[in-house]
Design a protein around this ligand. Sequence first.
Ligand code: FAD
Length: 399
Amino acid sequence: MSTLFTTPRTKKLRPAIQAYLDEHILQNELEWLKQPFGELESMLRTHKQAMQKLGVWNLYHSAEHGGPGLSLTEVAQVGETLGQTVFGLFLCNAQAPDAGNLELLLKYANADLQERFVAPMLAGEMRSCFGMTEPDLAGSNPVRMHTTAVQEGDNYIINGRKWFTTGADGARLCIVMAITNPEAEKPHHRASMIVVPTDTEGFCRERNISIMGHDGSGWLSHSEVTFTNVRVPISNRLGGEGQGFLLAQERLGPGRIHHCMRWIGMAERSFQMMVNRAAGRELSDGIMLGDKQMVQSWIAESRAEIDASRLLVLHTAHAIETQGAKAARDQISIIKFTVAGMLNRVVDRAIQVHGGLGVTDDTILSFLYREERAARIYDGTDETHKASLAKRILRKARH
Ligand SMILES: Cc1cc2nc3c(=O)[nH]c(=O)nc-3n(C[C@H](O)[C@H](O)[C@H](O)COP(=O)(O)OP(=O)(O)OC[C@H]3O[C@@H](n4cnc5c(N)ncnc54)[C@H](O)[C@@H]3O)c2cc1C
């Protein structure tokens, strides 16, 4: 465990979380993943209460909102420990996309929405989703959008189709990004974020999208959703009209730290599994898998890549804390593609070391491989981050 940026709080919280995960969660994870999330959700309540007692509830929020008010570097460290299991952040009410949505709602939602949705979300009794990407347009350039919200009296009438809306299955509200100002000169001033309760007439979850053969369910799923003449009050808009992308920018820095440290937790777990398998699997009399230099190379490379990723992410979290997300935007891009690529490589090597067992559902590796191949696609594709980083570097060189 790295000691960089440790604080008395992280020193206390991380071992306590680890002990809880070891005793109650990690050994049950595979079985739980076979169950529909709806059934699981009520059973997980006990563990959520236990996390609350440990003081790791609503990680990102202050005491006023039931959280410990951790700094971003502290959240990063705790996030790595929790990231070892797919359920970790969920049990602390700090899972995506709810964590980011809550931040937006706390800051921008009107009093009625705060009462109906924010209070139950802070208590972990309600989930939300975020609908921006559309099937017909390249999500890499999100300013292009077909979904519209047209004013009619005091309401918006919303029409459109979104997909990959994570956690829409069972969510009580969707923050939808829709074009409200088509005439705005700059494309990123044309859209607004609007809160749509999912029981509003015209909102339909069409399907959970099958990912590599798995539909998923509940929070562990990604849906296609449609909006057909959905009518919501104009006061459901978050922030000013046309400020949707401005608000989206606010979520970016902290959100990326969240994903990256979760990925490091997964990589670390896969790494430990790879090492244990290499140390314990006998190839021939007295010769273990780990005696082979090819396997040693994977172990050494993985160790170095995980450690380097962790340092990069902690450094970025510290930069965001001290200089703000805008000043840290190069680092924020760098961690996205560095850590996502590292995770994919480490999980792949761990599977290879496990041989046939690695591709079965008897270990967590196949789940991580299937679910997190997408790490290089969501939260901004790796290529868009590389392109914008390189452009900024070249621009500076030209000046
Ligand atoms: C598991 C998962 C969860 C998601 N959750 C959500 C969610 O909750 N809400 C939501 O709104 N969206 C969500 N998304 C959607 C995600 O944001 C988009 O998939 C992503 O932005 C890419 O858009 P696209 O799929 O349309 O790919 P496209 O934009 O069509 O891009 C295809 C490929 O083009 C390449 N590419 C793009 N730009 C460049 C470039 N400049 N140079 C070179 N190559 C480039 C990339 O390799 C990219 O993979 C999720 C996606 C996944 C896979």
